[in-house]
Ligand binder design. Sequence first.
Ligand SMILES: *[C@@H]1O[C@H](CO)[C@@H](O)[C@H](O)[C@H]1NC(C)=O
Ligand SMILES: *[C@@H]1O[C@H](CO)[C@@H](O)[C@H](O)[C@H]1NC(C)=O
Ligand SMILES: *[C@@H]1O[C@H](CO)[C@@H](O)[C@H](O)[C@H]1NC(C)=O
Ligand SMILES: *[C@@H]1O[C@H](CO)[C@@H](O)[C@H](O)[C@H]1NC(C)=O
Ligand SMILES: *[C@@H]1O[C@H](CO)[C@@H](O)[C@H](O)[C@H]1NC(C)=O
Length: 394
Amino acid sequence: MAICRGLRTRFIVLLPLIVLPLLLLPVFELHHKPNQKVQKTNFPKKSDQLVLGPSAGQGLPNRLQCQGIKAMNMNKIRPSCLQNDLGKMQNVSFVSMFIVYNGSHRMELGSIRENMDSNVIVGNTSYNKVERSIAILKTFINFIQVSMPRSTIFLLTDPATVLPIDRKNVTLFPILGDYSRGQLMLQRIRFYINFLESRLQLKYEMQNSVNHYIFSDSDVAIIDDLGHLFQNYPDFHLALTFRNNKDQPLNSGFIAVRGTHDGIQKTKIFLEEVLEVYSSKYIKASRMLGDQFALAWVVRSHLPFAAEHFQKPETFSGQINGASVLFLPCAIYNWTPPEGAGQFHGMPLDVQVLHFKGSRKRLMLESWNYYNKTLSMPNMMCLILRSGRTKYDF
Ligand SMILES: *[C@@H]1O[C@H](CO)[C@@H](O)[C@H](O)[C@H]1NC(C)=O
Ligand SMILES: *[C@@H]1O[C@H](CO)[C@@H](O)[C@H](O)[C@H]1NC(C)=O
Ligand SMILES: *[C@@H]1O[C@H](CO)[C@@H](O)[C@H](O)[C@H]1NC(C)=O
Ligand SMILES: *[C@@H]1O[C@H](CO)[C@@H](O)[C@H](O)[C@H]1NC(C)=O
Ligand SMILES: *[C@@H]1O[C@H](CO)[C@@H](O)[C@H](O)[C@H]1NC(C)=O
């Protein structure tokens, strides 16, 4: 515990950083050569191949240091307290909503073949739009099964969809609902509530066994065993990730739920309040940011002191309607490099969840291919650190 606490408090940036403009360099040093097209005179706005920029955070303590794409310090410093010591009687399951769209319409998977426009190539594989989302989902599963081989995965999906996913420890969980794109984020919270209700109806056969849940986006790579969260922070019912962003400090892309009856019940009540605030105050933003606004509204109205905590990447907690809520810094549990010209202080050494937001999704597949080839997670992290701000065509 003591070691862990030390780790959590060290994300104070000690040096001011001059942010270099992102240099666009093709990757020639990779053993695994990604699709190398003949270079056009101008780089396309969204790159169709892996591009490395500078490696941010060099010289800063507790940040990943890279030479080329070789990690210089990650193996040494990676803390042992992050090992999962949950034991045999506790499991973690990931729960992710997955729906396939083309344009703004839900897609019948039967028509994938016809939807051959705008293909992109990663490695030696060509993907159309729909195949891309399925590839992201499979990569999400790949990373989980490497980092947390004992965990299971639930995919919340439309009963009409037959997902081409046949993997061990992955279960489809069909839920009826409104899958139109405009309602997606609102629906997602409803589905999370439905899923939790279904858990409450399960019989707890073994008194001492617990199955914890982590609701997650599918464009994330879990690169460490998150079981330690439930062990090292024994008091929370649910955990959210936060960043220092005034209007959108929280999102619903990562929610950890303790698998006790209390944990599930209280998370359900918490999400019901978020859903109500969403429907009554932010319904106009139902397509995009409504979940973030509603979460922030609920948290601020119960915990006025939270706004100040959001400015520092340090774990804190608070009580909301009887639920003990743990707030985890995105720097470790939902890491994504800032977009545009924002300051970028590199990658914390104990980062555990990487989020490939927006146009970074090609990088998620490239990273998996690189890892699968080299089996070096630290070097893969250098690849991600150096190319995480590139806009890709995926
Ligand atoms: C979506 O799919 C329909 C048929 O399933 C097709 O006619 C349409 O062109 C597709 N739209 C896009 C943007 O791919
Ligand atoms: C891609 O294909 C080339 C030639 O067929 C092969 O040498 C290379 O190993 C392949 N790369 C991957 C990542 O499968
Ligand atoms: C599935 O779960 C079992 C039991 O926890 C584990 O031993 C196995 O490695 C998992 N399989 C995969 C592909 O992750
Ligand atoms: C953990 O997961 C495995 C594989 O799904 C299952 O057999 C076992 O019963 C689960 N254990 C608990 C405590 O939930
Ligand atoms: C990993 O690489 C091997 C060898 O290239 C390939 O056969 C396998 O399908 C890859 N696994 C995944 C999950 O991508």
